[in-house]
Each structure stands twice: as structure tokens, then as C-alpha cells.
Write a protein that binds this ligand. Structure first.
Ligand code: NAP
Ligand code: 8YV
Length: 316
């Protein structure tokens, strides 16, 4: 029997490829996108994308038999869900299995920025310790207040971990939740009262540049911005200006507005700790995410139902 046709855009692990090949005829989108679509576009029913590149609406129009898009990641702002729903295409993602890892990344960024660990590591390796003596003192996080923008699955996991370090948690979102943390309906007010602002909100038009000059100024010269959500939530130009002008103290960033391009101004600043979008990037967590991304495709193939559709596609 011929296998159903599946297209893969972006990276996947060997384990995922092995699992997928058992069920599907797997294609990778080649450089010659037009040539591929002309030859195979009308046969593709299943699509796997990674959360970075996503799938634009115009590509969907070239695949009229498309039934499901499985996103290998929880954030799906790069998938045009409205167009997918209009075409009757189910979109799935990988919630929960990465909460712990991404929360660890957020806490590590909080600690790395406060304690200057990467700077101290470079100081030692450059041979400066014997020459220049002890590295400068850093700051403790005990007793600080962290305001979380986006107290969702990952935000809640981060809040729990921060409490073990003696950090008080507050949060902002569109709605108040039944949680033991103070809710701020106003993001600027939360930033004003916080030492650390942690962004774990999704990307997309609704959250674009929520963290702007006013929020950064409210956080202030002793404040720290941590972003493990999406780069688009932060006005990067405003962030660079605030850091350069000393209106904001420090930043720890895993995500950027135009990945994989990171502004040279951010790279040049010692007060900034940068990671190349590795929040969930461990073997263990990527395995769990990969298994779920594949299961969404195979379960849909076998039963017509996906395991973890995005909220907009529940019931499809
Ligand atoms: P989630 O459970 O859906 O939580 C998202 C939170 O954001 C909710 O608490 C929501 O609260 C808040 N939110 C949504 N829209 C908002 C808006 N317009 N204004 C203010 N708050 C808003 O999602 P999650 O699983 O925790 O994942 C969160 C995000 O983290 C993902 O979408 C992804 O972008 C990012 N992420 C990054 C990495 C990484 O590698 N760095 C890894 C995984 C995920 P309300 O509904 O009350 O507003
Ligand atoms: C991954 C992420 O970088 O899940 C997300 O939303 O940003 C990350 O876990 C990515 O999606 C892996 O493909």
C-alpha cells in the first residue's frame, strides 16, 4: 500500500524521522520550493514544521489535500492558524512536556545575569584572575520580586522554581487567575514594582512590543529583563537604547525579534546574557516534544483525531 505523503519543514531528530518513515512517505522542503510544490504539492496531506520557520498561509494554498500541521514546539505564532482553520486543516503543538526545561532556562538566565557567571567565566579563562585579582561582586536574587508576563504552563513552573530561591512572584496577563501570586492588570505597574521582568508570553500580533520603552523605563536602571517567550514581544530597539542609556540594568535573552540574527549592540554589552533559543533544547525534552509532534500526525492518520490540537482547533 502506498504511504500517505508528508512534508517536513525545518529540523527534526533522527528518532522522529525513523518514527515518521514507518507511516509516511517523508519529503523535506528543498531549496527549489516551487519545483517541489509543482511536483508534490497536491499530494501532501501531513505537514511537520518546527516552531521557528512555521508555515505561511500561501504555502497552504499550494497543498489542497493538507489535513494537519504538527508544530514541533508549543509556540505556534509562526503558523497561520486562521488560514489553516479556514481550510479545515488541524494545527497541533507540544504543550506541557517542555515546561520544566524552559522554566529551568528562565531561572538559569535570572541567576546568570544577577551573578555575572558568564562574565566571570570569561574573566577566568582570559587569565585575568592572577593578573587583576578577584572578579567584581555580583548580586543576590534572594528577596527580589520577579514579575512574570504570561503566567501560563511554563510561567507557573518558573514561578514555583523561583520561590525556592527566595524570590517573590507577581504576574500580568489578560486575566486574573486563582494562584497565590499578586496579579497586576497593568504591565507598567508590575514592571515598576519588580526587580526582574520575565517574559513567557506567546508571540503574534496581540503581544507584539508589549514590552516597550514605557515598560522598560518602569523596570528601571536596577531592573533586569528576561525573555524566554518570543522575541517579538519585546521592542528590541527600545531595549538596546534602554540598556545603552542606563535606563535598564541588565537583560537575559533566549529569543530575539529576527532570529537567528542578534543585534551587534546586544552582543557588545557585558550586562546582557544571550542564548541562541535553547530554552527547550535538551536531548530529553526534545525527545518528548518530538514524540508528541509525531504522535499528533500518526494518531490523526489512524483515528482522524489529533492528541494536542492548539486551542483554535479543538473539536476539529
Ligand atoms: P500558555 O500556557 O498558553 O501561557 C501563555 C500565557 O501568556 C498565559 O498565561 C496568557 O495569559 C498569557 N498571554 C497570552 N496572550 C497575552 C496577551 N495578549 N497579553 C498578556 N498576556 C498574554 O503557553 P506556555 O506553554 O506557557 O508557552 C508560552 C510561550 O513560551 C510559547 O507560546 C512560546 O512562545 C514560548 N516558548 C519559548 C521557548 C524557548 O525555547 N525559549 C520554549 C517553549 C515556549 P492570559 O490568557 O491570562 O492573558
Ligand atoms: C523550540 C519553542 O525552540 O516550543 C517552543 O515554542 O520556542 C522551542 O521549544 C522549537 O519550537 C523547537 O522546534
Amino acid at each position: 500500500m502506498t504511504k500517505p505523503q508528508m512534508l517536513m519543514i525545518g529540523a527534526a531528530t533522527e528518532r522522529m524521522l525513523g518514527q515518521l518513515a514507518e507511516v509516511f512517505a517523508v519529503h523535506r522542503l528543498p531549496e527549489d520550493r516551487e519545483g517541489f510544490l509543482a511536483q508534490h504539492g497536491t499530494d501532501i496531506e501531513y505537514l511537520l514544521v518546527n516552531g521557528h520557520g512555521g508555515v505561511p498561509g500561501d504555502l497552504m494554498a499550494r497543498m489542497p489535500k493538507l489535513r494537519i500541521i504538527s508544530n514541533y514546539g508549543v509556540g505556534y505564532d509562526s503558523v497561520d492558524v486562521a488560514t489553516a482553520v479556514r481550510h479545515g486543516v488541524v494545527v497541533t503543538h507540544t504543550p506541557d512536556v517542555l515546561n520544566d526545561e524552559v522554566a529551568n532556562t528562565a531561572v538559569l538566565l535570572v541567576l546568570a545575569t544577577a551573578r555575572n557567571f558568564l562574565h566571570d567565566n570569561a574573566y577566568l579563562k582570559a587569565g585575568r584572575w592572577p593578573e587583576e585579582g578577584e572578579a567584581p561582586l555580583s548580586r543576590s536574587i534572594r528577596g527580589l520580586t520577579a514579575g512574570i508576563l504570561g503566567l501560563g504552563r511554563i510561567g507557573k513552573a518558573t514561578a514555583e522554581k523561583l520561590q525556592a530561591f527566595g524570590v517573590t512572584v507577581t504576574y500580568h496577563g489578560r486575566s486574573e487567575q486563582d494562584v497565590p501570586y499578586r496579579y497586576y492588570p497593568d504591565l507598567v505597574a508590575m514592571a515598576r514594582d519588580a526587580d526582574i521582568l520575565i517574559c513567557i508570553a506567546p508571540g503574534g500580533p496581540a503581544t507584539r512590543h508589549l514590552i516597550d520603552r514605557a515598560v522598560l523605563d518602569a523596570l528601571g536602571p536596577d531592573g533586569t529583563l528576561i525573555n524566554v517567550g518570543r522575541g517579538s514581544v519585546v521592542d528590541e530597539a527600545a531595549l538596546i537604547a534602554a540598556l545603552q542609556e542606563g535606563r535598564l540594568g541588565k537583560a537575559g535573552l533566549d529569543v530575539f525579534e529576527h532570529e537567528p540574527h542578534v543585534p551587534a549592540e546586544l552582543m557588545a554589552m557585558e550586562t546582557v546574557t544571550l542564548l541562541p533559543h535553547v530554552g527547550s533544547a535538551t536531548v530529553e525534552t526534545r525527545q518528548a516534544m518530538g514524540d508528541l509532534a509525531v504522535e499528533n500526525l500518526t494518531a490523526f492518520h489512524a483515528t482522524g483525531r489529533a492528541v494536542t490540537p492548539v486551542p483554535e482547533c479543538r473539536g476539529m
